[in-house]
Design a protein around this ligand. Sequence first.
Ligand SMILES: Cc1ncc(COP(=O)(O)O)c(C=O)c1O
Length: 394
Amino acid sequence: MADAMRVAMNDAVNRSAAKTVTGWPVSEAAAGAILTIDLGAIRENYRRLKARLGGVACAGVVKANGYGLGAAQVAAALTREGCDIFFVALLAEGIALRKAIGTGPDIYVLNGLPPGSEPEAMAAGLCAVINSGAQLKAWRAAAQRYNRPLDAVIHIDTGMHRLWLSPEEAHLLAAERGRLRGLRLALLMSHLVVSEEPNNPINGEQLSRFRNFVRTMPGAPASLANSSGIFLGPDYHFDLLRPGAALYGINPTPGRPNPMLTTVTLRARVLQVRRIDALQTVGYGAAWRSARPSRVATIALGYADGYFRTLINRTHVHLAGHKVPVIGRISMDLVTIDVTDVPEADSQPGALVEVLGPHLSADDLAEHARTNAYEVMTALGRRYARLYHDGATA
Ligand SMILES: Cc1ncc(COP(=O)(O)O)c(C=O)c1O
């Protein structure tokens, strides 16, 4: 390449690098796939959960960008239902959420604060979940340094063995309340290990460990249950529920009918339709072979969009009322489907196939991909055009 041309290209690259790309605000026409998020359904799911709680408060878990659906949009929608406590995982998520929803709602940072980040958390008005003695010390020190009482959540372990204060550390706190000086005890919390299995005895064991701890700290509000925990019954409800999955339509009662509404539809565009003879292979690895002369449609979706490679020859999409098998390997940006049995008029380039939605839930797709619906939702890609609706849904 001529030097002059190389210099000109570098200049162009540098000029475009100076631009700040803040999102992916593509039109429906420009995107390969369209993700429609029904905020009305998320609000209805919140109301359905609330209806089971006999007046107990209900937070919204919006970590991982609202399970992939947009933490800011989801939290704003839930605020309309009276939800005023949100849980995120990371301090960075908390800061972004505070900017998006403003002052008012409480935001709790589940992973705790990284050492030295306390002033940032204070500036954003966030509440630290305390998962260790060191975090407790640092949060107390911040309260003293700025001479301001700070909200703290004490997270104790009852069986998860992930992030926690050990029962011994927690009991020490209960015995010597001075260790909490400068802090306002906003919540005592623990997390269930197998709440989606109502008959698993671990639930009862965790409940009794948590109860014992809560008794040692009278007056402090307590929270144990996530989405599935809500369905274990009122014994598990305490003072605050922390659902995430159920708000987004993931079934909190696996093996039983889903009491929640679907909240997402993902539609991908047909790019091309071709005829192939019998005994032809399709895609990388020649992993599918036609048993008959076939019509193959290629759609604009791939593993780079969170459509897992494990879906190879194991799932289907819906097109104009037809269930259409996904064939061959999932590529980075392309998926092939067998439209031999779909009328040609319905399977033209430009048609939209339903990948996820009323006909195939995130739970179904997860089963096909040998994972869970949480992973399906949080992997939802960044290349989609995202449409938010917030109509009344009942
Ligand atoms: C501590 C904690 N509470 C609540 C939740 C929400 O759980 P779910 O999405 O199952 O309702 C999570 C999610 O993983 C969590 O880590």
